[in-house]
Structure formats: C-alpha cells, structure tokens
Design a protein around this ligand. Structure first.
Ligand code: GLN
Length: 240
C-alpha cells in the first residue's frame, strides 16, 4: 500500500450487509481504480477495533439482532465517531442509519441506544416497507434521481441537525409521513436504499469519492452498461 492509497472502510460486514451492501465498498474501489486512483478495502469485523484513520466508511443493513451486535461494537470502539467528527465521509445503509442515530426501537419494542452520529430516532411502523424506492436528491452536486430497494420496519424521524438525503417520488423512505428519504449530516449520509445503493447510483458513489479525496470533481467514466441498468431500474421503480 502506498501513502496515496485511498482506504475504504467496510464496517462490520460480518453482521451488517443484507442485500449485498458490502458491494458499496467494491463500487467505490472500482470507480477509483478506473480513474487510476489506487484504492483498497479495509474490512473491520467484530474482532477488530474501529480505526479512525480511513478515508471513507461504509456500513450495510441488518436484521434486529445483528444490528444490536453492531451497535455494541461501535459504542465500545468509537473510531467511526472520531472519523466522522474529523470530516471523513460515511455511508450508512438502512439498519446502519438507525444504529448511527440516538436510539432505535426493535420490532419487539425494545429501545436501543445508538451512537448519536446522526440527529435522528427510529421506531417500528405498523407495516413493513418493502419494494422499489425512487427519490429526488436534496444534496448539492447530485442531480439524477436515486433508486434502490427498501425493506424495513423502522420509521426514522430526523432532528434539526439532520437533513433528508432526498424526497420520495415512489416508495416509502424514512416512513414517518414527511416524504423524506435518508439523512445527511456533515459528511455522513444514510439511506434506506439497498441495491447495493452505489451500484445503482453512480453519482452518489462519485459524490462520496470526491469527499473522501477532498476534490471538487472527478474525471467522468463512460460506462454504457451501468447507464442502461440505471434506466431500467428507474423505470421498474416507477412501475412499482
Ligand atoms: N431491522 C431494521 C428494520 O427493519 C433494518 C432492516 C434492514 O437493514 N434492511 O427497520
């Protein structure tokens, strides 16, 4: 590994990573490598302390029990909290949004303290939200609609320090009736989109890469297959 290698943290893939969310780290690495930027994935498991020195962090979704194990580990080793406070970008998918909030309630009605990296709370809703999600991003520098697959029972209420990542066009999103999807706070962002989200939304991947590298733009990548799949998935989302 050279000094300039971009280090991508894949946080707790042993317990958080439903629907191939670990693929988000692969997409970041691949889009860096295709531009000649050296990049590597650093896996942080339940056997490891969480380092605060990586360039970008990704966390996947999980079922209630796995989510609890992750919460306990991130509380015990607060490297992610230090990294986010230092401005490193973080991508949190589904259950990870909930773990990174102040607290979440499990389907069994138990309240679990989160790590308060996001100003939000999550409580189970009457029905589970499952299906295609299409949204309009509400973040500077992102224009194209976002799409993903959601499957969660939790509904997330954002506090005043957190902003939504997007407005819902189709699907449920945060699920508390305000039409919001996901969260952005400082350089950390969260979304209910599985997919993996970055394979389906290359603009979002490049947004994270730019932040990780501290640059305003990246050379464009021309990947017609990715564009075609994107269009198909957006159309599928609109059909429902
Ligand atoms: N257990 C959480 C919920 O149902 C998260 C699920 C997930 O990550 N897909 O809300």
């Amino acid at each position: 590994m050279s000094e300039s290698t971009l280090r991508i943290g894949l946080v707790l893939p042993d317990v958080m990573g439903t629907y191939g969310d670990g693929g988000n780290a692969l997409v970041l690495r691949q889009r860096a490598l295709m531009r000649g930027i050296d990049a590597e994935i650093v896996q942080i498991t339940l056997d490891d302390e969480v380092p605060d020195s990586l360039d970008v962090y990704t966390l996947g979704g999980a079922e209630d029990y796995a989510q609890r194990l992750a919460t306990r580990h991130l509380t015990r080793y607060p490297g992610l909290q230090r990294a986010a406070a230092a401005g490193r970008p973080v991508l949190a998918i589904c259950a990870a949004i909930q773990v990174l909030g102040h607290w979440y309630e499990t389907s069994a009605g138990e309240r679990v303290e989160g790590i308060s990296l996001f100003d939000l709370t999550t409580a189970p809703q009457a029905t589970r939200s499952i299906g295609e999600l299409v949204t309009e991003p509400a973040v500077d520098g992102l224009q194209a609609p976002l799409s993903g697959f959601e499957n969660h029972r939790g509904g997330t209420t954002l506090g005043s320090d957190a902003r939504p990542l997007a407005r819902v066009r189709h699907g449920v999103g945060n699920g508390v009736g305000d039409g919001t999807e996901g969260v952005i706070q400082g350089t950390a962002l969260g979304t209910y989109m599985h997919g993996p989200a970055l394979a389906r939304n290359p603009e979002l991947a490049d947004h994270l890469l730019q932040r990780a590298m501290g640059v305003d733009s990246l050379s464009p990548l021309h990947l017609p297959q990715v564009e075609r799949l994107r269009k198909e998935r957006l159309a599928a989302g609109r059909r429902g």
